[in-house]
Design a protein around this ligand. Structure first.
Ligand code: MN
Length: 195
């Protein structure tokens, strides 16, 4: 198998009560795993077999794009959380967020609004371009800003499978609680790597 599902850098109950062990079990253990398994089966024996996941996302369409992008978005999502860690950005990412969005609180509100107003299933990202500008975007289903030449460094999953077991229909509450488990050390490292 080309792509191996990366192990979580925390235990299954580490993010509770924000994300319960039951949700991690289904969301990481079944949903993310299925996207990676299906991606592996789709690329076997094809021209995509030797590509990175990012290259597949940029070049493929339809079913293959959907599986690769969902796998990639989920890995980005789960690795940004930690039961401990820095709960606010500092340094140049903090400065850039304040310059473009007014304040860290305004940035958080814009992310939450983008998540609440997205109709149906999808994602909300903070991405960076090659010049270091930040972009908050929302996208349906398996969308991915990599397709537009942006590099996502942060993402909230707003598919119902991400929150329904813990929050039922209360998507806004789920999005608001997620800030309590984001590890900004990870986001800052992604920001540095993207530049
Ligand atoms: Mn998901």
């Amino acid at each position: 198998m080309k792509f191996t599902q990366p192990r979580l850098p925390y235990s299954i109950d580490a993010l509770a009560p924000v994300i319960s062990p039951l949700t991690i079990d289904y969301h990481y253990g079944k949903h993310e795993k299925a996207y990676i398994d299906t991606l592996n089966s789709l690329i076997e024996g094809t021209e995509y077999e030797d590509m990175s996941m990012e290259e597949i996302i940029k070049s493929a369409d339809g079913k293959l794009f959907n599986q690769a992008s969902q796998a990639w978005n989920h890995i980005l999502y789960f690795f940004q959380f930690s039961p401990t860690g820095k709960r606010e950005p500092i340094g140049k990412l903090r400065d850039k967020i304040e310059e473009q969005f007014g304040s860290f609180d305004e940035f958080k509100k814009k992310i939450e609004d983008a998540g609440v107003t997205l109709f149906g299933s999808g994602w909300v990202w903070l991405s960076v371009d090659r010049e270091g500008s930040l972009f908050i975007t929302q996208g349906s289903n398996a969308a991915n800003p990599l397709k537009q030449g942006l590099i996502p460094i942060f993402v909230f999953d707003v598919w119902e499978h991400a929150y329904y077991l813990d929050y039922q229909n209360r998507r806004a509450e789920y999005l608001h609680k997620l800030w309590d488990i984001v590890n900004w050390d990870v986001i800052e490292a992604r920001f540095d790597e993207a530049l």
